[in-house]
Design a protein around this ligand. Structure first.
Ligand code: 5GP
Ligand code: MG
Ligand code: MG
Length: 181
């Protein structure tokens, strides 16, 4: 896919993200109480910045694991078929599990991943996504916690890429193409 020229407009500032993460962690701590068996599962690669900030704000004993599911590749089209490219290292049976995702878009990815993990009999399974695009949903899936609802815009930054670039931006930005393509 050739790259059309684009600029990135700030949609959610680093400060707003940090403030929201503080609120979310209060709720997560309340939900998981004094668990001593919480596994925080990051979906690679888009959630790596979010999970890093989230776990440092969580005042709970946790373990961290990662799972990679197929998603966009280098294009902007979503794929309906979800494949597991990299599975968890650890077993989650009897554990409390929090799945951390960057964006819920059509819902296929988190829907598939949470069903898969549920089949391994965790004690409790919850999910959190930084961003939610409810207008794009194709399957009936709702994350337990959402950072921000956003409109149907293609976003980058804070771990989220466009063709593998822009993951290192500290804010969520929206891609705006500057020429007709
Ligand atoms: P879903 O399976 O819910 O359609 O898609 C979830 C995945 O699609 C996200 O984890 C993310 O990787 C990708 N995605 C959805 N919206 C966007 C977006 O605006 N920008 C980027 N870079 N990826 C997106
Ligand atoms: Mg993703
Ligand atoms: Mg991607």
């Amino acid at each position: 896919m050739s790259q059309r020229p684009y600029v990135i407009d700030v949609m959610i500032s680093a400060k707003a993200i940090a403030a929201r993460i503080e609120e979310l962690c209060e709720e997560i701590q309340t939900e998981f109480g004094n668990t001593d068996k919480l596994v925080v599962v990051g979906l690679l690669r888009g959630s790596f910045v979010f999970i890093a900030d989230l776990v440092r704000e969580l005042d709970l004993p946790i373990e961290v694991d990662f799972l990679e599911a197929s998603s966009y590749g280098d294009a902007m089209e979503s794929s309906r078929e979800v494949r597991i490219l990299k599975d968890l290292r650890g077993a989650i049976e009897g554990r409390d599990v929090l799945v951390v995702e960057d964006i819920v878009d059509t819902g296929h990815t988190l829907n598939h991943v949470t069903h898969l993990l549920q089949s391994r009999n965790p004690a409790r399974l919850k999910s959190i996504a930084l961003l939610d695009k409810p207008s794009r949903r194709e399957v009936d899936f709702r994350s337990d916690w959402i950072g921000f609802e956003i409109p149907d815009e293609f976003v980058v930054g804070y771990g989220i890429d466009y063709a593998q670039r822009n993951r290192n931006l500290p804010f969520i930005g929206k891609v705006r193409f500057t020429e007709d393509g």
